[in-house]
Design a protein around this ligand. Structure first.
Ligand SMILES: Cc1ncc(COP(=O)(O)O)c(C=O)c1O
Length: 386
């Protein structure tokens, strides 16, 4: 079959490819410690699963409205108003199968051929993939490792101009765990408002934070007509397989995104959405427990990586990834990631899987048991000593 030309511009998420390679090694009898995939190792809290089972029994097995069931749009709006301190209404909410479609739909809806989109690099690889696929021009904005991987706000602001159609932010950030301080968000909001540029704020890790409270750019003055928040259930409630996420945006934009959803998937599974209502309105202690446990693991993996010759490691402020600098080992990031998998049985990702500015780094997910983290550290140190 002859593929469309645009297919040559589509990227991917290397995590899934590394997982396949790791599984193939395991099938041959090799032991692999998995630090490649970005998902909590916790089970979905039982009261959430029970709500889905009850919804199935009650017949929630049919199509629903494209933008989401009213109960969940309401619950999302109330949760967001409370947490972000800026009023959201149900008409501003679109529920999607996972948060990823929000990215695709928003870029599709806003970006024409040749339009510039600013995005963090290193960053979630789907940003650059989608911008290119749709015909936009990706404009990378770097992160400042010396400032704990904060986004370089000065660079971003200086690059917003008449050709900019969209700014994508992600805080806490995948793959570095960095955040953006309130002063930075304010500066970005001022620049975006000056040029009337929408901001897609990926806050999927917004509740996985180890210090300061999460502040959203949606709450900054002037952002009401321009902010599109991406959030979801995958990380906060350990619900990656449920495929449940959402966007919060001005109501007219929500109608556009819902229309794209009508064309793409019709709607999100109704019983998953009923589980989402329970997740947002029910007991939140599982989230606190998970974040406490991630913090313990973060501290262990940061200390362990810092002790390995040739590694240095910034302490992440959020999410569940570390992004150590490995330049002093003498390996390129890809070569070291490959050798760690093939020779030491540690699956991790090359920093370059997150864009060209990820060179010199690896990404380890610490959403795994303390035993796995300790075993992985032993294996990495052992391989580098050889
Ligand atoms: C930064 C970022 N945004 C969005 C997503 C997508 O989440 P979901 O699984 O809900 O589609 C991920 C998942 O890894 C992510 O890391």
């Amino acid at each position: 079959m002859r593929l469309s030309q645009r297919m040559a511009r589509l990227g991917t998420e290397t995590a899934f490819e590394v997982l396949v390679r790791a599984r193939a090694l395991e099938a041959k009898g090799k032991s692999v410690v998995h630090l490649e995939i970005g998902e909590p190792d916790f089970d979905t809290p039982p009261h959430i699963s029970a709500a889905a089972a009850e919804a199935l029994r009650a017949g929630a097995t049919h199509y629903g409205p494209s933008a989401g069931i009213p109960e969940l749009r309401q619950a999302v709006a109330e949760d967001s108003t409370r947490r972000r301190g800026v009023r959201a209404t149900p008409e501003m909410v679109v529920v999607t199968p996972g948060a990823k479609p929000i990215l695709f739909f928003v870029i599709l809806a806003l970006v024409d051929d040749g339009d510039e989109v600013l995005y963090p690099n290193p960053g979630f690889p789907i940003y650059e993939s989608m911008i290119r696929y749709i015909g936009g021009v990706p404009v990378p904005v770097r992160l400042l490792e010396e400032k704990g991987f904060e986004l370089d706000v000065d660079q971003l602001v200086s690059r917003i101009g008449p050709r900019t159609r969209l700014v994508i932010l992600n805080y806490p950030h995948n793959p570095t765990g960095g955040t953006i301080p309130e002063s930075g968000l304010r500066a970005i909001a001022n620049a975006a408002a000056r040029f009337g540029v929408p901001v897609l704020s990926d806050e999927i890790y917004g509740r996985i934070l180890y210090g300061d409270r999460h502040t959203s750019i949606a709450a900054m003055p002037g952002m009401e007509p321009l902010a599109i928040v991406l959030d979801g259930f995958s990380k906060t409630y350990a619900m990656t397989g449920w495929r449940l996420g959402y966007g919060i945006m001005p109501a007219p934009m929500a109608q556009v995104v819902a229309k794209l959803q009508t064309n793409a998937t019709s709607c999100t599974a109704t019983f998953s959405q009923m589980a989402g209502v329970m997740a947002l309105t029910g007991d939140q202690s599982s989230v606190d427990h998970m974040v406490r446990e991630f913090r313990r693991r973060r501290d262990a993996i940061v200390e362990g990586l810092r002790a390995i010759p040739g590694f240095s490691c910034v302490r992440p402020k959020g999410a569940f990834y570390v992004f150590p600098n490995i330049t002093r080992t003498g390996f390129s990031a890809k070569a070291l990631a490959d050798r760690l998998l093939d020779e030491a049985g540690v699956a991790c990702l090359s920093g370059t899987a997150f864009g060209e500015f990820g060179e010199g780094h690896l990404r380890f997910s610490y959403a795994t048991s303390m035993e796995n983290i300790e075993e992985a550290l032993r294996r990495v140190a052992g391989m580098l000593q050889k």
